[in-house]
Design a protein around this ligand. Structure first.
Ligand code: EPZ
Length: 432
């Protein structure tokens, strides 16, 4: 397995360019299955979730052609509606999007229950509620979700819970249904809006994405498009946390500052300086921070995907901080790893209380999931001494060339091969 070896304490400088958004491209690539013509998707990040998604689509018969490192041409006209297998689907949560898109095109779908980061209970009841409302029947058999609908009819859907995945799946299943679908209590994340904009560029009729109520009027035909994925809000936020932890001054380019507002506000509150430009932010960290409270919420609240990285910064803020995770049952698995670096954190249910320490110390730690790994990188860059981060395949699912981007900022980071891959990494390598 591979690990990062990071020597902390170096002052970083320069600039970093943010890649396309993982959670937007995770929906936009499969949504091309709904198109009746070839599509070109630009600004896609080079991450394993994208590789796996394109592999699944290719194995189903789609014609996939990389036009350059970040642009792919996809022709899904020859695609066959074959089952999406467990060994691929278990590697990422976004495999659930094949349910909505295949149902929307073929009126049936056979997809393994999704995988992804272990953040506690992650049911798909709201996805199934949405598909049923549109006229589909479902059964779960042997870990496979099987959907079938004689026809899809527009309907009114009220989500019991604010869910990104079910909102995205609902949009994709409804785009070619007969009549009007209204989704209420819809997720408002930037990647939901990006998907809707992409589908509308193909001739879909979606109104209200980014608000609580999304209206989708079914259309018969979707033409091709050339669509560029938005910059990754969470990658940008992660590099903002990097600048804060490393007490450094870095320019973060190719961002949408509005998407970063909840993160900017919290960093400024603890003592970080943030300058906003049209498509960039400059983050000036240090010299010291004051503790604060952070509560994750659906967009435009503080994003749950930035919770671990923010906690890593708060480990060295003066006084006490409180981090409340209101989206997932168990998104504190990284805390044990930060404790190995000297962090003083106590966790009670969905609340972590952090007592600031002077400085963390390098230690061998392991990434327990994607954003946990990002948090350990943030912590390691500000820590004294050397940190080894194992199981970095989690990180590479969602961050393109992380160690290259950090090295270009002056970080002392190496990616080193280790002999014995873990079972999880073996599975990922086999799938790739
Ligand atoms: C998406 O996951 C993201 N993943 C996650 O990012 C992100 O943390 C999450 O949205 C919230 O913003 C992708 O986009 C691929 P949810 P998703 O459905 O869709 C519960 C990362 O780090 N729920 O909004 O799975 C669920 O258990 C990853 O990039 C139900 O109860 O999240 C959770 O508590 C991690 N029933 C809450 O809703 C359902 O049917 C939010 O889940 C669906 C969800």
């Amino acid at each position: 397995m591979e690990k990062y070896v990071i020597k902390g304490g170096k002052t970083l400088s320069g600039e970093v360019v943010i890649s396309g958004a993982k959670n937007a491209v995770a929906a936009i690539l499969p949504c091309t299955i709904l198109s009746d013509e070839p599509c070109i998707i630009e600004n896609i990040p080079n991450i394993s979730d994208v590789t796996i998604t394109l592999q699944i689509m290719s194995e189903m018969g789609a014609k996939i052609r990389m036009l350059n490192k970040t642009t792919v041409e996809i022709d899904t006209r020859p695609l066959q509606n074959i089952p999406v297998p467990y060994e691929k689907a278990k590697l990422m949560r976004a495999s659930s999007y094949f349910l909505g898109t295949l149902l929307g095109r073929f009126h049936s779908a056979h997809v393994s229950m999704p995988g992804g980061c272990n953040l506690g209970d992650r049911p798909i009841d709201q996805h199934l509620k949405c598909f049923s409302a549109l006229g589909a029947e479902y059964e779960i058999n042997g870990g496979m979700v099987n959907l079938h609908a004689d026809k899809l009819i527009g309907s009114q859907i009220f989500f019991d819970k604010n869910t990104v995945g079910a909102t995205i799946n609902g949009i994709m299943a409804a785009v070619k249904a007969d009549g009007l679908t209204i989704i209420e209590n819809a997720a408002k994340e930037p990647h939901v809006v990006d998907l809707a904009n992409c589908l509308n560029s193909m001739g879909a009729d979606i109104l209200g994405a980014g608000t609580d109520v999304i209206k989708i009027r079914g259309v018969k035909y979707l033409h091709g498009t050339t669509y560029s994925v938005i910059p990754d809000q969470i990658e940008a936020g992660t590099f903002m946390a990097v600048a804060a932890a490393a007490r450094s001054n870095i320019l973060i380019r190719n961002v949408i500052p509005k998407h970063l507002e909840p993160i900017t506000q919290k960093l400024v509150k603890i003592g970080v300086q943030v300058e906003q430009f049209d498509d960039a932010v400059r983050v000036i960290g240090g010299p010291e921070y004051v503790g604060t409270s952070v509560k994750t919420n659906p967009h435009p609240g503080f994003p749950t995907d930035m919770q671990p990285q923010m906690a890593a910064v708060l480990t060295c803020a003066k006084g006490a901080s409180m981090v409340t995770e209101s989206i997932f049952d168990n998104r504190f698995r990284y805390v044990d790893e930060l404790r190995r670096m000297g962090a003083n954190i106590s966790v009670e249910g969905r609340v972590a209380v952090i007592e600031g320490v002077e400085r963390l110390k390098g230690a061998p730690v392991k990434a327990t999931d994607l954003r946990a790994g990002a948090a350990l990188i943030v912590a390691a860059l500000g820590a004294e001494g050397v940190t080894e981060i194992y199981d970095i395949f989690h990180v590479e699912r969602g961050y393109e060339n992380m160690e290259v981007k950090l090295r270009n900022l002056g970080a002392d980071i190496q990616k080193v091969d280790e002999p014995d891959p873990t079972a999880e990494e073996k599975a990922l390598k086999k799938a790739l």
